[in-house]
Design a protein around this ligand. Structure first.
Ligand code: CA
Length: 238
C-alpha cells in the first residue's frame, strides 16, 4: 500500500464477530477503524469523528440502517458501503437510491470488502467538486509543507499523518493561502452541498489538524480562525 494518509472508517455493526472480522481486515490493510453498535451511536460518531467512509449494516438493534443512511444524507455526502444479509434487489435499490455508494451482501470475503472500500474512497476523491486534490506541487509556509503529489503534510520535514478529511481541508486552505474561506464554502467543497450548515464536522477536523501541526493550537501560526466567518491559511513571503 503506497497511500500515506490513513483513512478512518466507521464500522456500524451490532454483531461482534462480524465487526471484529471487518475491523481486522481493514486495520491490517492500513486503515484506521472506529466502531458503532447501534444506529444512534452511528449518527453521533459520523458527525463527531469525521470518518472518511462508513460501512453500514442494515440490521441494527435500534433502527433500520436505511434510516441511518436517510438521516446521514440530509447533511453529509461521505461514502457509505451498505452491508446486509438481505439479498433482495429491492433493498439494494432502496439503499443506492438513498445515496449508498455500494452494497455488500453477507457473507462476503476479504478481497471483496477491500475492493468495495477502495472503490468508494477513490470515487469520492475523483468526484471532489473543487478538484483540490488534483493540485500539484508543494506549498510551504514557515516549517510547514503541503505536498500535493504525495498527499502529505510535513512539519519540519516530518509527515504529520493527517486523515484523508484533514488533508483535504489543509489542501483546500493551502490552495487559497492568505484568503479567508467561509465555513459554508469549505463544507460544501469537502463534504458536498448536503453537508451545508453542519459546522461540527469542520470544527472537529480543524481541532485535530491544529493539535498535529500547531505548537500552541490556541495561538495558531498556520491555520487562523476568522471568528464567525471561516478559516485562513498563513501566506508565505515569496
Ligand atoms: Ca446486524
Amino acid at each position: 500500500m503506497t497511500m500515506n494518509i490513513r483513512e478512518k472508517i466507521l464500522i456500524v455493526e451490532d454483531e461482534k464477530s462480524i465487526a471484529h472480522f471487518i475491523s481486522t481486515i481493514l486495520i491490517s490493510n492500513g486503515y484506521e477503524t472506529i466502531l458503532a453498535r447501534s444506529g444512534a451511536e452511528a449518527m453521533t460518531m459520523a458527525s463527531s469523528h469525521c470518518p472518511d467512509l462508513i460501512i453500514l449494516d442494515l440490521g441494527l438493534p435500534d433502527m433500520d440502517g436505511i434510516e441511518v443512511l436517510r438521516s446521514l444524507r440530509t447533511w453529509s455526502s461521505l461514502p457509505v458501503v451498505v452491508v446486509s444479509a438481505r439479498s433482495h434487489e429491492r433493498d439494494k435499490v432502496e439503499a443506492l437510491d438513498l445515496g449508498a455508494d455500494d452494497y455488500l451482501t453477507k457473507p462476503f470475503g476479504t478481497a471483496e470488502l477491500l475492493a468495495r472500500v477502495r472503490n468508494a474512497i477513490r470515487h469520492t476523491r475523483t468526484t471532489s467538486p473543487s478538484g483540490e486534490i488534483a493540485q500539484r506541487g508543494t506549498y510551504t509556509v514557515g516549517e510547514l509543507t503541503i505536498d500535493y503529489n504525495k498527499h502529505q503534510v510535513l512539519l519540519r520535514g516530518q509527515n504529520v499523518h493527517l486523515t484523508l478529511s484533514e488533508f483535504r481541508l489543509v489542501a483546500l486552505l493551502g490552495k487559497y493561502a492568505g484568503r479567508v474561506l467561509t465555513y459554508d464554502y469549505i463544507i460544501k467543497e469537502l463534504w458536498g452541498p448536503r453537508a451545508s450548515g453542519n459546522n461540527q464536522i469542520l470544527r472537529v477536523n480543524m481541532a485535530n489538524i491544529r493539535r498535529k501541526i500547531e505548537k500552541n493550537p490556541a495561538e495558531p501560526e498556520y491555520l487562523f480562525t476568522e471568528v464567525g466567518v471561516g478559516y485562513r491559511m498563513a501566506e508565505n513571503d515569496d
